[in-house]
Design a protein around this ligand. Structure first.
Ligand code: AMP
Length: 282
């Protein structure tokens, strides 16, 4: 497995693989690898001849009050896991390599970035699309793999690729969960054991929403209210948003008469956690 820190070397290797006729999969990550990342790598391995994983904690997608400086890191563990997953190259640039002095460009998707996490994390998605566009230009993949846990991020990237005619297939991978339902996330490392129990309320809330829809409830407000009550009955929880929305546009829906997305963001102690589920009426 190659470990590459320089953009020029990464481009050279990708060019070579492309020249050999290999299909390149890219799995962008911020490191601190867990089972969710491993599933993305597995899909990348299955669909491509060469797998590149990037590790880059991108400062521009964190707000000033967010957890950039204390975001968990474990380079040694990550490299071991990447090797075991059959990754061909890890691209791990420094911040200076990605944003040299004089950097002045931003890739911004309008529309769907206004809703959900866009409301409480201004600038977040512009940071994401800019760094992902750079990673695409550097690693030149045919395929790029993203998790459905970050449902809005996946939609924003698909929109960017469509709008800017990037010749890359975007593949979404279903959320990997722990046995008790908690969506696996690097940020659960911030949780104490009591907070972790409270974090289960996200999945319980989504299950409740799904059950209410299955029983015929059509009013989003009633469901959102019930989910809110359930989550707030757990200590340490602070709700950022709970929404029932159109799975493509991410706009709120008024009546549940078609498949829709239930998505939520909840702060549990210091960790801001997100989760989502698709629901459909019977
Ligand atoms: P991150 O390192 O948190 O930026 O995540 C890198 C990629 O892993 C993103 O595409 C995430 O959506 C994906 N991911 C994170 N957690 C999960 C999970 N539990 N299941 C599936 N994919 C995930």
């Amino acid at each position: 497995m190659e470990l590459i820190e320089k953009i020029a070397l990464m481009r050279e290797l990708s060019e070579k693989w492309r020249g050999d006729g290999d299909i390149i999969s890219l799995v962008p990550t911020m490191g601190f690898l867990h089972e969710g990342h491993m599933e993305l790598l597995r899909v990348g391995r299955e669909k491509g001849d060469r797998v590149i994983m990037s590790i880059f904690v991108n400062p521009t997608q964190f707000g000033p009050q967010e957890d950039y400086s204390r975001y968990p890191r474990d380079t040694e563990g990550d490299l071991r896991k990447a090797r075991s997953a059959g990754v061909d190259a890890v691209f791990m640039p420094t911040v200076e390599e990605m944003y040299p002095e004089g950097f002045q460009s931003t890739v911004r998707v309008e529309g769907i970035t206004r809703y959900l996490c866009g409301g409480s994390r201004p600038g977040h998605f512009a940071g994401v699309t800019t760094v992902v566009a750079k990673l695409f230009n550097i690693t030149k993949p045919h395929l790029a793999i993203f998790g459905e846990k970050d449902y809005q991020q996946l939609g924003v990237i698909k929109q960017m690729v469509r709008d800017l005619n990037m010749d890359i297939e975007i593949i979404g991978v279903p959320t990997v969960r722990q046995r008790d339902g908690l969506a696996v996330s690097s940020r659960t490392s911030y949780l104490s054991s009591e907070e972790r129990s409270s974090a289960l309320s996200l999945k319980k809330g989504l299950d409740l929403a799904r059950a209410m829809v299955a029983e015929g409830e059509k009013e989003p407000a009633k469901i959102i209210n019930a989910v809110r009550q359930l989550i707030l009955s757990h200590p340490f929880t602070e709700i950022d948003y709970i929404t029932i929305c159109d799975p493509e546009k991410l706009t709120d829906i008024e009546i549940i008469d078609r498949p829709c997305l239930v998505a939520l963001a909840v702060k549990v102690g210091k960790a801001r956690l997100i989760d989502n589920v698709m629901v459909r009426e019977n």
